[in-house]
Structure formats: structure tokens, C-alpha cells
Design a protein around this ligand. Structure first.
Ligand code: FES
Length: 576
């Protein structure tokens, strides 16, 4: 058991509540205003329960009950719990995209922890950007913190089959556009696809990031796989409350947990999970917050040769509920233990190896053995070339194999709406060999890199039976999407990247094996187009959007704000 390195007198919160002076009198009297006498909190770890819930937080509907569970755990361990509500970022409802607000929530997390009398935090998140945002903020705040994952929702249910979030919607939407699914069946699907609390139960961004939070050592072992409605999820929340109190006494901060090897483990685990490409952005941002060097090529190198063992949609057949019953992330990590550095620490106070020791796989169809992987096709390729000098990413395993080496004419769209209108037009002049290009969808152009990267197949091709074609953008793609989609092109078109210079009919060459993405236009012609290019007018004259546009980084560095990603410590606030 790690030793206590803190005493009641050295708690951070004591700076607010301990001194016998006028300012602390004010602090204590206002705590009494809330109904708390010093006997309840003085000398105890004050634990902030950072809750990303509001009335529209569809994936976090169980959080109010879980706050109470965490509270019970904190009290049982001798701490003092306080709930701190934060921005919720419900993925489907926030417009234009939650990615615009990831850094906002990270700032909110950091500044709440810094400015209030808090000794440690339980971070409650799960819906897509909430996980990286809470972790980024907690890393920068530097206080002991434990992540409580929302957990996946139950399997979707429709017409006798299990439905997966996202993936099945895209698939059946194509069928509906092709006229194969009627209005009534579509309405039934709408009511059955998200039938419990919890995050998307495919291996989308939410489940990738909560699983990687566990691999990074920031959750209790096994926490990320527990379905949200399962009573074991409530028990885990209580355990988080108990553990954070111990972590405060141990002064176990994120800096003591996160190591270069933790991030290498996360990249390898993401590859074996066939995780979302969004994880690349978030891991890059998290590593920079932790002061750990990480670049795009490291993702390509570490992912190479890692077999996909999680048979979870969109790459596989099953859903997270099945994954949990099959043994969950602990058992899954056991299957790739030889690829991981098991000596890295976790919030539990044990190594990752100790955290997963003894876990067993109960269903080898869901969590495949190494001898029988879901696929050995590459889960990730980092491409560079004349169209993406700063890099671009692709999931080759999710693409039609014949498209991994492809040359075709570009069909270019300047914005999402014109693209959506064009692909819905049966008269659009397009062939399966065309390469669809969407620009102005990057960090600044989107803004916030919306998940537009899985451009719809034009209706004319869809009716002809085409289900995949090469698509390129500076956008992101939902982790539940699939297809020959090249994403995160950097630098983005909005700031004058080569994507801004492509014209209809230009030949685009993709070669996944060679990791190349090129535009076959003479350099002199491209230079001339670059000279003639006019930067778009700023999208925001004021407000958060203007702050975002002035400070957001490109995809290859994780899209953090420059002033948040830079090294250095922010001083503790003066207590005057
Ligand atoms: Fe919340 Fe997918 S919408 S995790």
C-alpha cells in the first residue's frame, strides 16, 4: 500500500479553511451558509465531483445518481465531497460540433480545480469529448484525479436484431436512402437504438477514449467496460469515491501516473481495439499536457502489426455489453500483455500488470485470441505527401481493400451543404473512381473539425450498388463510421493547406502501403494556385469562436490551444 505523504495540515484546502484570520473566517462562514460546520470538512480531503451532466446530456442521464454513489464513497473514506457541475457536451446535440468545446471544457476543469478549495477530483465523463477534456484539464491542474467512465449503454434492439450506435445508423440510412426501409420501421429503429443510459456501445470515440483512460492508468481497473445501467457501475462509482480520498493522502497526481510508456500502451491498445481515429487527436493533446513527446509517426509505428482482437462494431460484430460479459478491458489487455509495458502505474496504486492480473476471457468470439484475430489488416495509416505535408490519417481496415491503392479524379466541395446537395442529386456526374474532396472542415474551417469525414456516397452510385469510394477531408470521422475516408489532412484548407488548391478533375493518388497521399499536379501549377488563393474572412468577430480561431492548433498536434499546450506551471492562487 502506498504511504501517506500528506497530513491534514498539508491539505491544499486547509489554505482556505485553516488560518485564524479574516479571510478564512469568510470562507468558513460561507461554508456554514451552505450548512456545513468545520467538523464536517476541516482536515479532510475536499473532493470535487466534476459532473458533466445537464438535462440534455443524453449519455450521462445516470450521473445524478452516480454523484450520490461517489459521495457515499468519499464520506466512507473520511473525505468531504462537493459536486462541481461542468459543461456536458452531449455529442449529438451540441452544434456545430463538440470538438469546438473540448478545450473549453478542459479549461473549465482546470480552472475549477485551481480556483476552488479542492484537494482531489473524481472526473465524471464519457460522451466523446468529455473524457479527453476532463483529463487534459486535470493533468494541467496537477491535483490527484480519478476518471469515472460513464459506461456503455445496453445493446440497441430493433426487429429481432442488436443495433449498434452510429455504425448501424449509417448502414441503415444508406438502405433507407436506397428505398429499402420504410417510415414505420425507421421510427421503430429510432426508439430502439439508444434504450438506456450510457455512451455509444460500439467502439466509437466514447468507448475508445474511456478504454484508453483505463489503459493510461486514470481509472480503476475494469471500470471502462461496465454498462451504465449495471449495478456494478454504481459500485464502481462508490469505489472511485473511496479511492480518491486515499489518492489525496498519497498525493498521487496525474504526473505520477502518466509516462511515455502509458501513451505507447494506449496507442497499442487502441489498435487492438480498432479504436476511433479521434483518439489520435486526443492522445496527442493529452501527451502534450503531460509534457510527453508524441507525434503522428509514433501512432503508425506502434500500431503496425497489432492484431485487432476486439470483435466490436464497427470493425467487428458485437457490442460493448457483450465485451463486458466476455471479460471486459482487463481480459482484453491480458491478450496483448506481451505488447504492453505492464510496469506503468495506475490510480489504483498498483501497476497496470497487477491491475489486469488474473482476468479471463469468457467468450473468445467477442475477445479473440491472438491465433484468431478479427483482422490483421492495418487499423491505422499515417499518410503524407503533396496533399498532406503535415499528415493525414486513414483506417485501412475499414476501407474496401481495392481502394488502398487508387488514382482518380477529384470532385471538390467547398462546404458541407453544397456537398450534401450534390450527392443527393441523381444526375451528379460521378463515377466510382472519383475521389470526393471536402474542404473547409478542419479545426478552423469547420470550425472544430466536425465529424463530416465519412462523406456520403452519391445517390447515383449508391443505387448502382457502390458502397465505398475514396473520400478526403480535413474533418474528423465518427469512430463508428467506416469506409476509405482520409481524415485530419494537415494543414487544413482554411489556412491555405494544399487541400485548398485542389480543383475538379485533378488526379489524386492514394497509396496506403507507401503511406502517400499526393495530388498529381505540377509543382509550378500548384504554386501559382497558392499565390492566387485568398484566405477566407474570419468566421467569428468576437466571443469564444474568435478565441478558438486565434489559438487552436492543427490536427497533427492535437488541436489544443497554444496557450494551454505550452509547458510551465500556473501558480496556485493567492488566498487573500
Ligand atoms: Fe454520447 Fe455517442 S453520443 S457517446
Amino acid at each position: 500500500m502506498p504511504e501517506r505523504s500528506k497530513s491534514p495540515d498539508s491539505l491544499r484546502s486547509r489554505r482556505w479553511f485553516g488560518p485564524d484570520d479574516l479571510r478564512s473566517f469568510g470562507h468558513r462562514s460561507r461554508m456554514r451558509e451552505l450548512g456545513f460546520a468545520p467538523e464536517e470538512y476541516a482536515g479532510r480531503p475536499v473532493v470535487g465531483i466534476l459532473n458533466t451532466w445537464n438535462g440534455l446530456a443524453h449519455c450521462h442521464g445516470h450521473f445524478p445518481a452516480r454523484v450520490e454513489a461517489v459521495r457515499r464513497g468519499v464520506l466512507a473514506a473520511g473525505g468531504f465531497p462537493v459536486e462541481i457541475p461542468l459543461m456536458a457536451l452531449p455529442e449529438t446535440l451540441v452544434k456545430p460540433t463538440t470538438m469546438l468545446y473540448r478545450n473549453f471544457l478542459a479549461m473549465e476543469t482546470e480552472e475549477n480545480l485551481r480556483s476552488l478549495p479542492i484537494d482531489g477530483a473524481v472526473l465524471m465523463g464519457g460522451c466523446d469529448k468529455t473524457t479527453p477534456a476532463l483529463l487534459m484539464g486535470a493533468i494541467s491542474a496537477g491535483l490527484p484525479a480519478i476518471f469515472l467512465p460513464a459506461g456503455p449503454m445496453l445493446r440497441g434492439d430493433w426487429a429481432g436484431r442488436a443495433l449498434g450506435s452510429g455504425s448501424d445508423v449509417w448502414k441503415f440510412w444508406d438502405e433507407r436512402r436506397a428505398g429499402a426501409i420504410g417510415t414505420r420501421a425507421w421510427a421503430e429503429m429510432e426508439s430502439g437504438i439508444a434504450r438506456s443510459d450510457g455512451v455509444c456501445m460500439t467502439m466509437g470515440t466514447a468507448m475508445t477514449m474511456t478504454s484508453l483512460a483505463e489503459v493510461l492508468g486514470m481509472t480503476l481497473s475494469g471500470a471502462s467496460s461496465i454498462p451504465a445501467p449495471d449495478s456494478r457501475h454504481a459500485q464502481m462509482a462508490v469505489a472511485c469515491g473511496r479511492r480518491i480520498v486515499e489518492m489525496v493522502w498519497e498525493d498521487l497526481t496525474p504526473a505520477a501516473i502518466l509516462r511515455p510508456a502509458s501513451f505507447a500502451n494506449a496507442i497499442i491498445a487502441s489498435a487492438a481495439l480498432a479504436g476511433s481515429t479521434n483518439a489520435i487527436l486526443h492522445l496527442l493533446a493529452l501527451a502534450r499536457r503531460a509534457g510527453i513527446a508524441l507525434d503522428l509517426e509514433r501512432f503508425d509505428a506502434l500500431s503496425a502489426g497489432v492484431p485487432v482482437l476486439a470483435n466490436i462494431r464497427p470493425s467487428g460484430e458485437y457490442l460493448m455489453e457483450d465485451f463486458f460479459y466476455a471479460g471486459g478491458l482487463r481480459a482484453f489487455l491480458g491478450g496483448i500483455a506481451d505488447l504492453l509495458d505492464l510496469s506503468v502505474p495506475t490510480v489504483e496504486g498498483v501497476s497496470l500488470g497487477e491491475a489486469i492480473a488474473g482476468a479471463r476471457v469468457w467468450n473468445e468470439e467477442v475477445i479473440r485470441p491472438r491465433a484468431r484475430p478479427v483482422t490483421t489488416a492495418e487499423g491505422l495509416a499515417v499518410l503524407r505527401g503533396s496533399l498532406a505535408p503535415g499528415g493525414a490519417v486513414m483506417k485501412p481496415a475499414a476501407a474496401d481493400p481495392r481502394l488502398r491503392k487508387h488514382v482518380g479524379p477529384a470532385l471538390v466541395f467547398d462546404d458541407y451543404d453544397s456537398m450534401a446537395r450534390a450527392v443527393a442529386d441523381p444526375a451528379l456526374a460521378v463515377t466510382p473512381e472519383h475521389v470526393l474532396v471536402l474542404r473547409n472542415a478542419g479545426p478552423q474551417g469547420g470550425p472544430g473539425m466536425p465529424e463530416w469525414g465519412m462523406l456520403p456516397i452519391p445517390i447515383a452510385l449508391l443505387r448502382a450498388g457502390v458502397r465505398d469510394m475514396v473520400r478526403i477531408s480535413d474533418a474528423r470521422m465518427s469512430g463508428t463510421s467506416y469506409g476509405a475516408c482520409i481524415l485530419h489532412v494537415a494543414p487544413e484548407s482554411w489556412v491555405g493547406g494544399p487541400l485548398a488548391l485542389v480543383r475538379d478533375g485533378d488526379r489524386i493518388a492514394l497509396d496506403v502501403a507507401a503511406r502517400r497521399l499526393d495530388i498529381e499536379v505540377p509543382e509550378a501549377e500548384l504554386a501559382a494556385r497558392g499565390k492566387a488563393w485568398v484566405a477566407p474572412a474570419p468566421r467569428y468577430a468576437r466571443g469564444y469562436g474568435a478565441l478558438f480561431a486565434a489559438h487552436v492548433g492543427q490536427a497533427d498536434t492535437g488541436c489544443d490551444f497554444d496557450f494551454l499546450a505550452r509547458p510551465g506551471r500556473t501558480p496556485e492562487p493567492d488566498i487573500h
